[in-house]
Design a protein around this ligand. Structure first.
Ligand code: FAD
Length: 458
């Protein structure tokens, strides 16, 4: 139970840190404390401390222990389930955004609050990369700790698979360095065990690898072609080399249904056209863009632009293609999506997983989903000023879609697309790895200092 620090306590925090403490009403408080997902914009933290360095993180942890206030870390602030905002103290890592890259070793070290744009800017001059998110503002902290997948993951693995070391401030205020030979349990937990659970990671070191030129594609079809496109493209993914990545989507917004396939091939546009030939032959797209790109142009092509506002997501793990009847169920649900004031709309998408992701055994890291062919992501969105009835209708529709798809998915869910309405999140996010995560949590945070709605051990 969070306690309320006194005014004297807050002054003490302000004097203890080099960074900045903001309380409601202070300039910049809204920017520092409002989550990306406006579903949780109504939660006002008692304070936000924007730390300047690792020592600040330690001081904040000590102060929060003394005062009894709940604390959550905030990296990029993109948690789908609002895990980086709460009524207590938000520990904002935004100023810890330095990223260094060594072209001779391929090692990249990112401070705990760095965002995708910071990481890309550091690695691009060295023509190397590892799997990164497709939005400039997603934080490296949340991305890595929850696994992290990108368009290159079938070849490069997860973001967490590229992690070789991390430095973390634990609940006792200590700074711990973890890697494959030091503090190995904690290192294991930091590769897929979920953000915010074990401490505040102030730095992450990754092994990057050289990148090559590649090709990208964006294909759009009329809603009437949806069933054919899903059926054929699932097969394409099953047969294609790992270099091929796809996001096959159907979405509904403003009464219109759009079917899309977007992705990358770590090869040429000519090879990519061959891979896509079956779907291009079966249904003519209304928009076709297939082009040779540099790795960096491809990253820009695949950047996820969102209208922001409020959103919710549910996920399922597919170990094989969806049968025709499941595709039909999914499409008929999407046709019935209730409208909202958010132009992003809602729908369902299959992300190609597998490849290098599945070549790591399920218990080697905390990320357990090592047998997937696709991630099924179902989402909806609404505007902050939509009536409560619109929000309820969208959440009800999403729950209905997820229930309807449940016979076709494994019991798993992607911890990085966190879902506050998921009842069995412990087994869904972590599967057989949950008991080990719980034991590590008991060792490094026996009092449950880092606790939030879906924290390990809660
Ligand atoms: C537009 C958009 C695009 C996305 N694209 C992708 C994608 O391509 N691939 C993918 O895998 N996921 C993607 N995601 C999901 C994203 O990876 C997760 O939402 C992730 O948790 C966000 O991390 P964050 O640091 O931005 O968020 P935050 O909300 O700041 O953090 C998420 C969780 O991690 C904790 N945390 C953050 N930083 C640290 C740290 N340094 N130390 C300890 N705990 C920390 C927070 O306390 C919180 O519990 C996307 C999300 C959005 C909204």
């Amino acid at each position: 139970m969070s306690r309320r620090p006194s005014e004297a306590d807050w002054r003490r925090l302000g004097q203890a840190v080099t960074g900045r403490v903001r309380r409601p009403g202070d300039a910049g408080f809204r920017d520092a404390g409002t989550p990306f997902n406006k579903r949780f914009a109504g939660i006002t933290p008692a304070g936000v401390v924007s730390v300047a360095d690792t020592l600040d993180v330690q001081r904040v942890v000590e102060w929060a222990r003394d005062t009894g206030i709940d604390v959550v870390a905030r990296g990029g602030g993109h948690s789908f389930a609002g895990h980086s905002v709460g009524p207590g103290l938000v520990l904002d890592l935004g100023a810890l955004n330095t990223v260094t890259a060594d072209g001779s070793t391929g090692l990249v070290t990112a401070a705990g609050g760095a965002r995708m744009a910071d990481v890309y800017a550091a690695v691009q001059p060295h023509e190397m990369a590892f799997a990164l998110g497709n939005s400039d503002t997603v934080g490296i902290g949340g991305l890595t700790l929850g696994g992290g997948c990108g368009a290159v993951s079938r070849v490069f693995g997860l973001t967490a698979d590229a992690l070789v070391a991390t430095t973390i401030v634990t609940a006792d205020g200590q700074v711990r360095h973890c890697d494959a030979g030091t503090d190995t349990d904690l290192f294991w937990a930091c590769r897929g065990g979920g953000g915010g659970n074990f401490g505040v990671n102030v730095s992450f070191t990754f092994q990057a690898r050289p990148v090559t030129d590649c090709a990208t594609y964006v294909l759009l079809w009329d809603g009437a072609d949806a069933a054919k496109v899903f059926s054929v493209l699932q097969d394409t993914v099953r047969q294609a080399p790992d270099e091929f990545a796809a996001r096959i989507g159907v979405s509904r917004a403003g009464g219109e249904t759009t079917v899309s396939a977007v992705g990358q091939h770590l090869g040429s546009a000519a090879q990519l056209r061959e891979i896509l030939d079956p779907v291009l032959s079966v249904a003519a797209p209304v928009h076709t863009a297939i082009a040779d790109r540099t790795f960096w142009q491809a990253k820009d092509d695949l950047r996820h632009e969102t209208a922001e506002g409020a959103f919710a997501v549910r996920t399922g793990i597919l170990t094989g293609p969806l049968p025709d009847e499941a595709i039909a169920t999914m499409l008929s649900f999407v046709e019935r999506r209730p409208d909202s004031g958010n132009p992003d709309g809602g729908g369902a998408a299959l992300f190609s997983w597998g490849g290098a992701i599945n070549r790591v055994p399920a218990t080697d890291t905390a990320f357990v989903h090592r047998d997937a062919m696709f991630l099924l992501s179902m989402d909806t969105s609404w505007a902050e000023d939509d009536e409560p009835a619109v929000v309820d209708a969208n959440l009800g529709w999403l729950a209905g879609l997820s229930d309807a798809m449940s016979p076709y998915v494994s019991g798993g869910a992607f911890q990085n697309f966190s879902d506050p309405d998921l009842a069995d999140w412990r087994s869904a996010y972590y599967g057989v790895n949950y008991p080990r995560l719980q034991r590590i949590k008991e060792q490094v945070d026996p009092d449950g200092f880092f606790t939030f709605a879906q924290s390990i051990g809660s």
